[in-house]
Design a protein around this ligand. Structure first.
Ligand code: GCU
Length: 137
């Protein structure tokens, strides 16, 4: 999606840990949620301008069951997104959503809501609200 990448392994983690035992991640590793409800990955991301942005999560889910995450920006009400199976823990895919960011620093927290925990998360990319045109984050 073209925008700043924020590695999951550099984020603030709760009930989740950094791992590197499945190939294909970017950066130095990925985050493996504990298999329980409530673990989270929280990034602080910077936007140059206030308004709608695209948040893209790169993940892997080697099971056949959905691993939904509740995504909250700046502590506001979370929106849920599905993270379905990708076929293997070493096969990575993207899930995107549109969120309103403030100019400057913003928190993005992705919390596991299923008993199986979240998917493995590689990174968050912050991009413009829709593809094309000039890129301003
Ligand atoms: C396996 C896999 C982990 C994954 C875990 C899970 O243990 O190796 O990377 O996080 O399953 O079910 O969450």
């Amino acid at each position: 999606p073209g925008g700043p990448d924020y590695q999951a392994e550099d984020a603030t983690l709760s009930q989740a840990s950094v791992a590197s035992n499945h190939a294909g991640f970017t950066g130095s590793g990925f985050v493996d949620y504990v298999n329980t409800v409530g673990g989270y990955v929280e990034w602080t991301v910077t936007a140059a301008t206030a308004g709608a942005h695209t948040l893209t999560f790169r993940y892997a889910n080697g099971t056949t069951a959905n691993r939904p995450l509740a995504v909250a920006v700046n502590g506001a009400a979370a929106v849920s997104r599905d993270f379905p199976g990708t076929g293997a823990w070493s096969t990575w895919a993207d899930v995107s959503l549109t969120a309103t960011l403030n100019a400057g620093a913003n928190t993005v927290r992705a919390t596991a809501t299923a008993a199986s925990g979240g998917p493995n998360l590689d990174r968050l990319t912050v991009g413009p609200a829709s593809g094309g045109g000039s890129f301003v984050v």
